[in-house]
Design a protein around this ligand. Structure first.
Ligand SMILES: [Zn+2]
Length: 528
């Protein structure tokens, strides 16, 4: 494989390779990739994106190196319940538990042992449904089984160094009493109400008072002294991030743009712990249709199930693959465009030689197929999401056989791409049903334009060619003669043929729909 790569996962992988050259990590240890999630809500498109992008870097790395790899998906379930989430039952019960670690809050759905466990199960089944390969780890288990103990003892011993990194970044009023440690109150079980009042590195303990009253969390007023090990405390999340990198020897992690500064601070903490921070890079957040950021925790906007209702997963992966550091709008109208871009990429992929294929987005987006038999992945047909949508709109049908007849009439080579077109067809039919059909309203032409519509119809009846351009030119010519604006003229035709205000290029449409079918449709409407 050549040294220079165009696709970003290879560039990321190359940075990991460079890092490993200077690292003292044993070459028999796996190279560790990590992604982290807070189990305070359900998994969504952002979750999918982060795991997919990290997985692509992992595949690129595996193509460049013989080293074994591992992807850790980490759930921070010792994180406390900050707010009562929306769309979750038993609000009053949850309110009582504000400030407790999510792993100690009952499951409001009454299915799992805790709130966090419920969300962890959801996360894992979500990831499994896309066949991601990962090792799941949750915070509570790691704290309680002692995996973090060595790091926690180091943090305690170097308490002042940690403060020196974090305190200058805090607002004045928080600086004096800030501590990296969050003891779980032994009386009330809350983690966000305690304040550290003493640290004792010699016996490995800290003392706390349960007195912070924030957001209705109701401290119990008790106090105590606990070891920093064994799950009696957790550390603040920037410290926690560093602790994971250090403990698991993480080599690579991606994060949202809003966490760039946090990642730098966590990197400094990792160094205090004696570890080199991982390689990594940020990605931009998605925007909704108004250009507002879609928050990772709330996950508003288009859901992954909605995307899959209208288009294959490959088109979503294609969309996510494109320049992760550019902000992209993610809403319903993103879907048809992404499908068509994906098809075009697939078509280019099919024309590439073996060497170039490994460095093409399709190699990642359809990894199972491209690694099994890359020569079989391509696309030669002219049929796109928009073509199918226009065709279905003109036919006003969900009869797949009828649709296929038209498709093959228009492009006999579509037979070679039947599998892909079938994959698309379900989604296009659903898209038509949900977005086009409700707004469809056929209209006969206004009186003054009827002669010109007839003229166009008569032109088609005598036209013996097969050239979309000739049909388009004639439509223009007649439109100009009609005295109406061209906009009104074409809208008249679209309302007549498609029941829509807008439509595809008329010449191409007639070419695809067929001249006879077009004439029939015009006749039906003029007689109506
Ligand atoms: Zn308490």
């Amino acid at each position: 494989m050549s040294e220079m790569h165009d696709t970003w996962p290879f560039r990321e992988a190359q940075r990991i390779l460079d890092r490993l050259e200077s690292d003292d990590k044993s070459s028999s240890d796996p190279v560790v990739f990590e992604t982290g999630f807070g189990p305070s809500g359900l998994p969504h498109i952002g979750t999918f994106s982060e795991v997919a992008r990290t997985t692509w870097v992992r595949w690129a790395f595996e193509a460049l190196s013989d080293r074994s790899t591992e992807l850790i998906v980490f759930s921070d379930d010792m994180d406390g319940l900050r707010d009562v989430p929306e769309n979750v039952p038993q609000e009053d019960m949850l309110f009582e538990h504000l400030g407790r670690p999510l792993c100690d809050v009952p499951d409001p759905f009454e299915e799992a042992d805790s709130f966090a466990e419920h969300m962890n199960v959801e996360l894992r089944s979500f990831l499994d449904s896309f066949d991601f390969d990962y090792t799941f780890k949750a915070s509570r288990e790691q704290y309680r089984n002692g995996r973090f103990d060595e790091g926690l003892e180091t943090l305690l011993a170097r308490h002042q160094d940690v403060r020196d990194v974090i305190v200058p970044t805090l607002r004045e009023w928080r600086r004096d009493r800030w501590s990296p440690f969050f003891p779980v109150c032994q009386s009330c079980g809350k983690v966000y109400t305690t304040r550290v009042v003493d640290v004792d590195p010699d016996d490995g303990t800290i003392a706390y008072e349960c007195e912070k009253d924030r957001k209705g969390m109701q401290p119990c007023g008790d106090s105590g002294r606990v070891p920093v090990t064994g799950g009696s405390i957790k550390v603040g999340w920037k410290i926690d991030w560093a602790l994971r990198w250090h403990t698991f020897g993480v080599d690579y992690e991606m994060y949202g743009k809003d966490l760039i500064e946090s990642a730098e601070l966590s990197g400094e903490i990792a160094e205090i712990l004696g570890s080199e921070p991982p390689e990594g890079s940020f990605y931009e957040m998605f925007l909704d249709e108004n250009g507002q950021k879609i928050s990772k925790s709330v996950g508003t906007g288009l859901s992954i199930d909605e995307w899959l209702e209208y288009a294959p997963i490959e088109s979503l992966s294609w969309f996510i693959f494109q320049n992760p550091q550019k902000a992209k709008k993610l809403y319903f109208e993103t879907i048809p465009e992404s499908v068509d871009d994906w098809l075009e990429a697939r078509s280019k992929f099919g024309d590439l030689d073996d060497e170039a294929r490994h460095d093409h987005p399709i190699w990642f987006v359809e990894h199972d197929r491209t690694t099994a038999d890359e020569a079989s992945v391509g696309y030669t047909s002219d049929i796109t999401f928009s073509t199918l949508l226009n065709l279905i709109s003109a036919l006003n049908t969900d009869d797949r056989e009828l649709i296929w007849n038209y498709v093959l009439d228009y492009d006999p080579s579509a037979e070679d791409d039947r599998e892909v077109i079938e994959m698309m067809l379900d989604g296009v039919l659903a898209y038509y049903r949900d977005f086009v059909l409700p707004t469809k309203e056929y209209q006969s032409p206004p009186e003054e334009l009827v002669p010109y519509v007839r003229q166009f119809r008569d032109f088609l009846a005598t036209y013996e060619g097969d050239d979309p351009e000739a049909i388009q030119d004639k439509a223009y010519e007649i439109g100009n003669e009609s005295g109406a604006s061209l906009g009104d003229w074409f809208q008249t035709i679209y309302r007549l043929l498609l029941g829509q205000e807008q439509g595809p290029r008329l010449g191409s449409f007639v070419h695809m729909f067929g001249i006879e079918s077009t004439i029939e449709a015009i006749d039906d409407r003029l007689e109506a």
